[in-house]
Design a binder for this molecule. Structure first.
Ligand code: ATP
Ligand code: MG
Length: 212
């Protein structure tokens, strides 16, 4: 399991990290596009536990974000969800997740870390960036409102791809819920229903969050 299959090519696994607060169609289209054009066998969505870049008081509980990610991906046999970060104690670091994925899948699998243009721009500020590139190939996707420029990343370690532009952010979805505006068709139907059922994003503590 994890090694080269009958065809002789290594298994190709995408990793889509995110806060997913909530997951929306921008995430799903990016994952689907990269899966198709990079011939991935599967994409694993990894909701963050306690993202160190974001104020924990202003992020929905990890379990809700995990469940929404499961709901949004359940119908796609190529998509899965990992609890790696949700179950890990302390702040979330992507490098820890990549190390864990590398251990779970073994050395013979090709890992592709999928990220949007804004997150790609932040990569140079990440810890252990060289080890990061040793563990996975990096795929940066276009995102409306963010420039997808190559910020001098190592040769052959990063691919920049243009995905169909969906100008959707979780921040905007949360604000819409708070204001009583619809999020139908910005997120999967099941996510609208889950948010309505749980009352996520309605409380005052969630109000006034800056765009991230
Ligand atoms: P927030 O507004 O809370 O930051 P977000 O919409 O940016 O939420 P994240 O969970 O922060 O969603 O993003 C997870 C990953 O998905 C990041 O790599 C991000 O760049 C990418 N991404 C998010 N939205 C889009 C989109 N509309 N198109 C392409 N990539 C996206
Ligand atoms: Mg974001």
């Amino acid at each position: 399991n994890g090694g080269p299959r009958g065809g002789g090519r290594p298994r190709r696994v995408g990793i889509m990290g995110g806060t997913f607060d909530p997951i929306h169609h921008g995430h799903l289209v990016a994952a689907s596009e990269v899966a198709h054009f990079f011939h991935l066998d599967e994409v694993v969505f990894v909701p963050t536990g306690n993202p160190w870049q974001k104020d924990p008081a202003h992020v929905a509980p990890a379990e809700d974000r995990y469940l929404m990610t499961v709901i949004a991906t359940a119908e796609n046999p190529q998509f899965g969800v990992s609890r790696a970060e949700v179950d890990r104690e302390g702040p979330t670091y992507t490098i820890d997740t990549l190390r864990e994925m590398r251990q779970v899948y073994g050395p013979d699998v090709d890992l592709f870390f999928i990220t949007g243009a804004d997150a790609l721009g932040a990569i140079l500020s990440w810890r252990n960036v060289d080890e990061f590139f040793d563990l996975a190939h990096f795929v940066g996707c276009t995102r409306p409102g963010h420039r997808l420029a190559d910020p001098g990343l190592p040769e052959g370690k990063v691919s920049l791809v243009e995905v169909p532009a969906l100008s959707i952010s979780s921040t905007e979805c949360r604000e819409r819920v708070r204001k009583g505006e619809p999020i139908w068709y910005l997120v999967p139907d099941g996510i609208v229903r889950y948010i309505n059922k749980t009352g996520l994003y309605l409380d005052d503590a969630m109000a006034g969050r800056a765009h991230r």
